[in-house]
Design a protein around this ligand. Structure first.
Ligand SMILES: C[S@@+](CC[C@H](N)C(=O)[O-])C[C@H]1O[C@@H](n2cnc3c(N)ncnc32)[C@H](O)[C@@H]1O
Length: 275
């Protein structure tokens, strides 16, 4: 199961964090080395546990990493929950997939959005439950999700729905609109992507490492969807594209680290002429 990359609004924060020995695991010699400390690391770590040894965090729904909770607890809540808040307006209930510890869910909930949160990680949900005891939280992998009900709005930040299987499962729970946020392959392929070290970039997949303030790193292999492929990607899940935009709606899409797609259930039959 490919890991999810830790990407949402906080990628902006990562961009301000210089990549280098302090911001990453030991070196840039590859994902395996970055994730596994050397003998020298272990010796140093024993002597000076707080110096230089930087934990690698994994987001694997089949093997929940306790450090993921620590990382997300260390991040501040989003002070500007747009564009999500705008898209949530008017929805009686919003299904939030990959809800995490509440970095975004708490501001949305405080703004009056009625959320139902889904996450595969029991530790993330336990923390969020302590912050939002009134919100319904469901522990499930999105690919297995079968709630038997549909929502006016379904949202999935953080590159969570980059596979057909996951998008189809989310789309089954949507009766109105759905919004997803994905890593932008154009940005990864560009000359500069501060905070993200790209080890390999293919057309369909990238192997990379995200660096966070505080020294956290997140190695991940991610599926890629290019912006021009979004219509076909959505169509395969019975969705039609309404809007495609970067983080700054005024700026060019290629410069944006991530992009958003807003979509609705397609009503193919309505398009077929009746004669
Ligand atoms: C990068 S974190 C983002 C959390 C939150 N959306 C935020 O922006 O703060 C991704 C979240 O998705 C969850 N997740 C990862 N893979 C998942 C899957 N297959 N099904 C459900 N949740 C998943 C992780 O446990 C984690 O809480």
């Amino acid at each position: 199961m490919p890991e999810q990359v830790l990407l949402a609004f906080e990628l902006k924060r990562a961009q301000t964090n210089e990549l280098g020995p302090e911001g990453c695991t030991r070196d840039d010699g590859g994902l395996g080395r970055a994730a596994r400390p050397t003998q020298r690391d272990r010796r140093q770590h024993r002597r000076e546990p707080t110096l230089n040894f930087v934990p690698a965090v994994h987001d694997d729904p089949d093997h929940p990493d306790p450090l993921l909770v620590e990382l997300y607890r260390s991040l501040p809540d989003a002070d500007d929950p747009e564009p999500w808040l705008d898209w949530c307006r008017g929805a009686a209930e919003v299904l939030y997939i990959g809800v995490g510890t509440g970095r975004l869910a708490v501001p949305l909930s405080r703004a009056g959005v009625r959320l139902i949160g889904v996450d595969a990680h029991p530790g993330m949900l336990a923390h969020l439950r302590s912050r939002l005891p009134e919100v319904e939280l469901i522990q499930a992998r999105v690919e297995d999700l079968d709630l038997g009900r549909q929502f006016d709005f379904v949202m999935a930040p953080s590159h969570l729905l980059a596979s057909h299987e996951r998008l189809r499962a989310a789309a089954r729970h949507c009766r109105g609109r759905i919004a997803i946020q994905l890593l932008n392959p154009y940005w990864l392929a560009g000359p500069s992507h501060p905070g993200v070290r790209v080890h390999e970039l293919g057309h369909d997949r990238a192997r990379l490492e995200v660096s966070y303030p505080g020294g956290w790193t997140h190695p991940a292999t991610v599926d890629l969807v290019w912006p021009e492929g979004m219509e076909a990607f959505l169509d395969a899940a019975g969705l039609r594209l309404l809007l495609l935009r970067g983080e700054d709606p005024e700026a060019g899409l290629e410069e944006s680290p991530t992009f958003y797609a807003l979509a609705a259930r397609s009503s193919r039959r309505a398009r077929i002429p009746s004669t």
